[in-house]
Design a binder for this molecule. Structure first.
Ligand SMILES: Nc1ncnc2c1ncn2[C@@H]1O[C@H](COP(=O)(O)OP(=O)(O)OP(=O)(O)O)[C@@H](O)[C@H]1O
Ligand SMILES: [Mg+2]
Length: 346
C-alpha cells in the first residue's frame, strides 16, 4: 500500500504540499509576531485565523491537482524508458522511444538509450552474419574433409587391396596353367596365394578400422579398448596383449583422443608391420597417463616416414597428443619392430 503510494506523482504532490504548508507556517509566524509586537488596528486574531484557514482550504486541493498534473508526463516518459529497457532485454532490438522533449535530463537519457538500441541492433545483425558465414565455412570444410577422406580410401584400396587382388588373379591363372605339368610347384603357389589372400584380408580390416565411428559410443576407454582388441583377436592372427592399469576417470575428450591414437597405431600395425605380437599398456603414474604400443613387426625408418607428405596417421597421432599437452615418441628400426610411447598429463 505504502509502496504504491510512493510513486513519482505522489512525490510531486507531496513536495507541492510541503512548499505550501511551509510558506503558510512562515506567514502565520510573521502575522502572529506583528499582531503581538506592533498590534496594528487592521490585524485581528479572527482575520489571521480566517486567512490561514481559507489558504489551507483552497491551496491544498490546488497543490494536489498541480502536483498530479505535472507529475503525470514525467511518469509516462519514465515508463516509456522502462518499457524500452525490458524490450531490449527480451531481444526486441528494433524498439525505440519517440520522445519529442529532448532538452531535459530524461530526454538526454532517452536519446542515449535509442543510440544504445541502434548499436545493439547492428551488433546482433553482424553476429547473425558471422554465424551464417561460420556455418557456411563449416559446410565447406565438411565437404572438403569428406572428399579428402574418400581420396585417401581410394588410394589405400588401390595401393594395397587392389594390387594384391591383381597379383592373386595372375598367380591363380599361372597355377592353373602349371597344375598338370608340375603339381609340386602348383602346390607351393597355392600356399603363396593363401598367404596373399590373408594379407589382403588384413589390409581390408585395417582400412575398416580406419573407417570405424570415431566415438567410444558412451563406453569407457578401458571397455572400448578391450572390445576392439577382442574383435581384432578373432579376425587376425596376431597375439594381442593388453594391460590397462587403474587410470581412473579421464575427461571424455582425453578418452576419445587416446582411443583414436590406439586405433591408428593398430591400423598401422595391421597394414604395415607383419607383426605376430602386439602389446598395449595403458597406465597412470603420478599425474600422467602413459600409453605404450609395441609390435614385433618389420619396423621402419622413422625419420624417412615422418616427413612423408601423403601419410597422415603418425602426424595425426602427434597432433592429438600435442592438443592434450602431451608428448609422442616413436622408435623403430627395420626388422626390429616398433615402439610408440605417449605421455599425457592428467
Ligand atoms: N607399426 C608399424 N610397423 C611398420 N611400419 C609402420 C608402422 N607404423 C607406421 N609404419 C610406416 O610408417 C608409414 C607412415 O605411417 P602413417 O600412419 O603416417 O601413414 P600410412 O599408414 O601410410 O597412411 P595413413 O595416412 O592412411 O595412415 C607407413 O606407411 C609405414 O611404412
Ligand atoms: Mg597409418
Amino acid at each position: 500500500m505504502f509502496a504504491k503510494i510512493n510513486t513519482l506523482r505522489f512525490r510531486f504532490v507531496k513536495s507541492q504540499l510541503q512548499t505550501i504548508y511551509f510558506s503558510l507556517l512562515i506567514i502565520a509566524f510573521l502575522l502572529f509576531f506583528s499582531y503581538s509586537v506592533f498590534q496594528p488596528v487592521w490585524l485581528t486574531l479572527e482575520s489571521i485565523f480566517l486567512f490561514l484557514s481559507l489558504s489551507i482550504f483552497v491551496m491544498t486541493p490546488v497543490s494536489v491537482y498541480v502536483g498530479f498534473k505535472y507529475g503525470t508526463p514525467f511518469k509516462e516518459r519514465l515508463e516509456a524508458i522502462s518499457v524500452l529497457i525490458s524490450a531490449l532485454a527480451k531481444g526486441r532490438y528494433s524498439s525505440r522511444i519517440l520522445d519529442s522533449e529532448t532538452g531535459d535530463e530524461i530526454g538526454q537519457i532517452t536519446v542515449e538509450l535509442n543510440e544504445l538500441a541502434n548499436k545493439m541492433q547492428e551488433q546482433v545483425k553482424s553476429l547473425q552474419r558471422m554465424a551464417d558465414e561460420k556455418s557456411e565455412y563449416a559446410q565447406h570444410a565438411h565437404i572438403a574433409a569428406t572428399v579428402e577422406e574418400r581420396q585417401r580410401i581410394a588410394r589405400d584400396l588401390h595401393d594395397a587391396v587392389s594390387q594384391q587382388l591383381f597379383a592373386l588373379t595372375m598367380m591363380s591363372e599361372a597355377t592353373v596353367r602349371i597344375m598338370d605339368k608340375d603339381v609340386g610347384k602348383a602346390k607351393g603357389q597355392i600356399e603363396e596365394i593363401t598367404n596373399m589372400a590373408l594379407q589382403a584380408q588384413t589390409e581390408m580390416r585395417a582400412l575398416l578400422l580406419h573407417l570405424r565411428p570415431v566415438h567410444l559410443s558412451g563406453e569407457s576407454l578401458k571397455t572400448g579398448l578391450y572390445n576392439l582388441i577382442e574383435e581384432l583377436q578373432q579376425k587376425c592372427q596376431i597375439d594381442f596383449h593388453v594391460d590397462v592399469e587403474n587410470i581412473g576417470k579421464l575427461s571424455d575428450a582425453k578418452e576419445e583422443h587416446l582411443f583414436r591414437m590406439i586405433q591408428e597405431s593398430l591400423s598401422n600395425i595391421l597394414r604395415h608391420a607383419n607383426a605376430t605380437k602386439v602389446a598395449i599398456n595403458l597406465k597412470k603414474k603420478e599425474h600422467d597417463i602413459y600409453l605404450h604400443i609395441t609390435d614385433n613387426g618389420d619396423g621402419f625408418n622413422v625419420n624417412e616416414k615422418l616427413v612423408n607428405k601423403t601419410s597422415y596417421g603418425l602426424k595425426t597421432i602427434k597432433e592429438r597428443c600435442e592438443e592434450l599437452g602431451g608428448t609422442f615418441t616413436v622408435r623403430s628400426q627395420k626388422g626390429e619392430g616398433t615402439y610408440i610411447s605417449i605421455l599425457i598429463p592428467q
